[in-house]
Design a binder for this molecule. Structure first.
Ligand SMILES: [Zn+2]
Length: 274
């Protein structure tokens, strides 16, 4: 059986450090994989997605999962030119991923509080995108955010093996504490986002800085056969590591080791030696 890999989101803070050095540091901290944004929003500090993919390859880092831009996620549901352009861009991203052997394209089904009612336009767009994903050999992983009803709506209407689930434990903790996205969508689990918060807001803090119940999360992920544990935490202004000016290499090493230890403790078999 395929063993579990540990991944790090490329945007983890330290944006003043050149991308090549950040990528090198991720490998150096012994992560197996890196994930990043499949859009142009952060090119100024990170370089293009294509350059980042090549850089990951050069460093021997796997790239199994990338994130589709959430900037216009609500356009999926619009019957207008924005909706059509969203679908077209998405189709292009699927082709990009297929060509590069990237397995999972993570997507949000709404944009923050911009929540057009779920509708047949969105379902039809998503059905066409699922067909394109199947052809490209890519899984579209619907991530849990604030409103699970959008994920529910699409999953009920689009039956395709190319539609999966990206479980984000930080989102579940602060956005849907009385719902159970992992229980509801876990049978389709494709990938994960791991980060912490205090239950009040989506802080994306490193594991251990908040109140996410990792014993519960990791035991359940292990039982579901999760094959990717990806940190989506940042050393941002509100995190302890930032306030303590932790150097980049130390930050990555600590977050890697905490992830690896927690995974092993809850029964995971890891692909790399720790
Ligand atoms: Zn996430």
């Amino acid at each position: 059986m395929e063993k579990t890999i540990l991944g790090q989101n490329f945007r983890f803070g330290y944006y003043d450090v050149p991308p090549a050095e950040r990528m090198d540091a991720i490998r150096h901290a012994r992560f197996d994989a890196v994930m990043f944004w499949w859009g142009g929003e952060y090119e100024e500090t990170d370089g293009s997605r294509y350059a980042l993919f090549d850089l990951a390859q050069k460093n021997g880092l796997l790239c199994r999962t990338v994130h589709y831009p959430s900037t216009h996620a609500d356009w999926l549901w619009h019957d207008d030119l924005n909706g059509a352009s969203y679908e077209e861009q998405f189709r292009r991203a699927l082709a990009d991923c297929g060509e590069r052997g990237i397995r999972n394209l993570v997507v949000h089904t709404t944009r923050k509080f911009i929540t057009p009612p779920p509708n047949e336009i969105g379902a039809a767009r998503f059905r066409r995108l699922a067909d394109a994903a199947e052809q490209a050999g890519v899984t579209v992983a619907l991530e849990n955010t604030r409103f699970l009803e959008y994920n529910r709506y699409l999953l009920a209407r689009v039956k395709s093996d190319a539609v999966g689930f990206c479980f984000d434990c930080g989102h579940a903790h602060c956005y849907t504490p009385i719902e159970d996205p992992l229980g509801e969508f876990g049978s389709r689990l494709a990938t994960t986002h791991i980060h912490d918060n205090d239950g009040g807001s989506d802080e994306h803090h490193p594991m251990g800085e908040g109140t996410v119940n990792y014993a519960d999360v990791f035991a359940r992920l292990c039982a579901l056969g999760a094959r990717e544990l990806n940190l989506e935490s940042y050393c941002n202004e509100t995190s302890l590591c930032y306030r303590n000016s932790v150097p980049m290499d130390e930050y990555l090493q600590k977050t890697h080791d905490r992830l690896a230890r927690t995974a092993i403790k809850h029964g995971f078999e890891l692909a790399s030696q720790v």
